[in-house]
Design a binder for this molecule. Structure first.
Ligand code: FAD
Ligand code: NAI
Length: 464
């Protein structure tokens, strides 16, 4: 009898299993694929960042080295090697999870996990079916790419992020449906490698749920990287024409526009994944979005069955899944854990990076909260000029009455790391004045955080 069986080995599931084991719970992890790590390690965060890093080196070599005084002759992309390196990074990272399971004495069972009843999980794998008895279950089955009937991926020419991470060639032209996180990251990869990339987006702007300033600035930056955007275009039909694809969309005036490209990447969101789990056997239903419903303790309608990560409501992010995994382990062990959902940072790994935490200016205005805003341009930093990464800004929004920092939004080189200063400050409910009084090292990008805080406290910028 296990204390806990975790179904799914993504960042939600494997981290939860580790925390359960640390707390002395006898734990098993069930994963249907041969490798551990889920979407994030196999076909998500890690491989996409590996290709983003490789393509950025290539782009710098072909576009920026000369100005830095580095002559390198004929630079060519060896795409086969790029994909091989990405595969190596993935294998090493997945092997790391296996090592962590062994180290923590977590029993791993490969096969599809499904409920027989609320305390028995069947694992159907290569070696047949086995049954695991358990006191608690954590559903961490994640998500899969979403698509609409007008754009069904055939995985050859009409692809999802999974295929886009393992193409055999650099597309001459790539149409991306959806200017969201995946579209912009993978669109950037191929634009840097020389593909003509056109993004077809339903909405009038990029990243409509983020602070309004981000979408506008990022559109300008990515246009310079070579991406083209078609906003307010609703895709009607995508067809595989053998050696290319055609995408038919309606523009905002209702005119039909046809795009052709050798590949079409469908990136219109992801959907919770519960297929094969047998939720009906335990009376757990999913909502209209296919998500498992949970309460504030991440319990389903059956109190000893929990669900975490992409399969439940909230941001589909690896670190959110991890926090929920730790939360449930600690809850099962009798502790009183807490997650501050307002302070889950969101990062987009374009170059420069985009990062955001807390409330947007638009949200605060809707809530009727009066605010101060400090906004500092990255180009005013000495460090930015030294490295030639001068695009972007850091924006700090604070409460007009109390000066508490309520939201921080940035586009900047290394924003993915810079955002953590804001996260720490906001976790401790710092004021903009608090940040402005902290000594920041010179020359760094972090000086823009201090400057934005100075801006939010009475327009006291020192360098603009
Ligand atoms: P998953 O990682 O989806 O893991 C679920 C696991 O459950 C899978 O291994 C699956 O095989 C297994 N499973 C499902 N059903 C069963 C079953 N019945 N029995 C056994 N096993 C089962 N997030 C970030 O925070 N940062 C990023 O940079 C980032 N980049 C991304 C890039 C791409 C291209 C994609 C697609 C996603 C990215 N994400 C990123 C999102 C991130 O990958 C997910 O939020 C995260 O993986 C969710 O973790 P999870 O544990 O909930 O589920
Ligand atoms: P998304 O929700 O970020 O973006 C989807 C985009 O598609 C939206 O802009 C939407 O307006 C558009 N769209 C929807 N239907 C459309 C249509 N018919 N025609 C044209 N455009 C349409 O989803 P995406 O990019 O697929 O990413 C899925 C999830 O994966 C995200 O929720 C994100 O959290 C996660 N992810 C996170 C990353 C990160 O943290 N860096 C990287 C990649 C993915």
């Amino acid at each position: 009898m296990y204390d806990v069986v975790v179904i799914g080995s993504g960042p939600g599931g494997y981290v939860s299993a580790i925390r359960c084991a640390q707390l002395g719970l006898k734990t098993a992890l069930v994963e249907k694929y041969a490798t551990l790590g889920g979407t994030c390690l196999n076909v998500g965060c890690i491989p996409s960042k590996a290709l983003l890093d490789s393509s950025e080196h290539f782009f710098n070599a072909t576009h920026h080295f000369k100005e830095h005084g580095i002559e390198v002759g004929d630079v060519r992309a060896n795409f086969t090697q790029m994909i091989q390196r990405k595969n190596d990074v993935v294998s090493q990272t997945c092997a790391g999870v296996k090592f962590l399971m062994d180290k923590n004495k977590i029993e791993v069972h490969h096969g599809i996990g499904s409920f027989i009843n609320s305390t028995t999980i069947a694992v159907t794998g290569p070696e047949g079916v086995k049954e695991l008895q358990t006191k608690n279950v954590i559903i961490a089955t994640g998500s899969k790419p979403n698509f609409f009937p007008s754009m069904v991926p055939d995985k050859q020419r009409i692809i999802t992020s999974t295929e886009a991470l393992s193409l055999k060639e650099i597309p001459q032209k790539l149409i991306v449906i959806g200017g969201g996180v995946i579209g912009l990251e993978l669109g950037s990869v191929y634009a840097r490698l020389g593909s003509e990339v056109e993004v077809v987006e339903n909405s009038p702007t990029l990243l409509g749920t983020m602070d309004g300033s981000i979408g506008k600035e990022l559109t300008k930056i990515l246009k310079k990287e070579g991406l083209k955007f078609h906003f307010e275009h609703q895709v009607q039909k995508v067809t595989n024409l053998g050696d290319r694809t055609s995408v038919v969309a309606l523009d905002k005036k209702g005119n039909e526009v046809t795009f052709e490209a050798d590949y079409c990447l469908v990136a219109v969101g992801r959907k919770a994944y519960t297929e094969g789990l047998g939720l009906d056997k335990v009376g757990i239903s999913v909502n209209a979005r296919g998500q498992v419903e949970v309460n504030d303790h991440l319990q389903t309608s059956v109190s000893h069955i929990y669900a975490i990560g992409d399969v439940v409501r909230g941001a589909m992010l690896a670190h959110k899944a991890e926090e929920e995994g730790v939360f449930v382990a600690e809850w099962i062990a009798g502790q009183k854990p807490h997650i501050n959902y307002n302070l889950i940072p969101g990062v987009i790994y374009t170059w420069p990076e985009v990062a955001s935490i807390g409330k947007t200016e638009e949200e605060l205005k809707t809530m009727g909260i009066e605010i101060n805003v400090g906004n500092f341009p990255i180009k005013a930093l000495g460090r930015a000029r030294a490295s030639m990464d001068t695009s972007g800004f850091i924006k700090i929004i604070s409460d007009k009455a109390t000066d508490e920092v309520l939201g921080v939004h940035m586009i900047a080189a290394r924003a993915a790391d810079l955002i953590m200063e804001a996260a720490v400050a906001m976790e401790y409910r710092a004021s903009a004045e608090d940040i402005a009084r902290i000594c920041h090292p010179h020359p760094t990008y972090s000086e823009a955080v201090k400057e934005a805080a100075l801006g939010a406290t009475g327009n006291r910028y020192l360098h603009s």
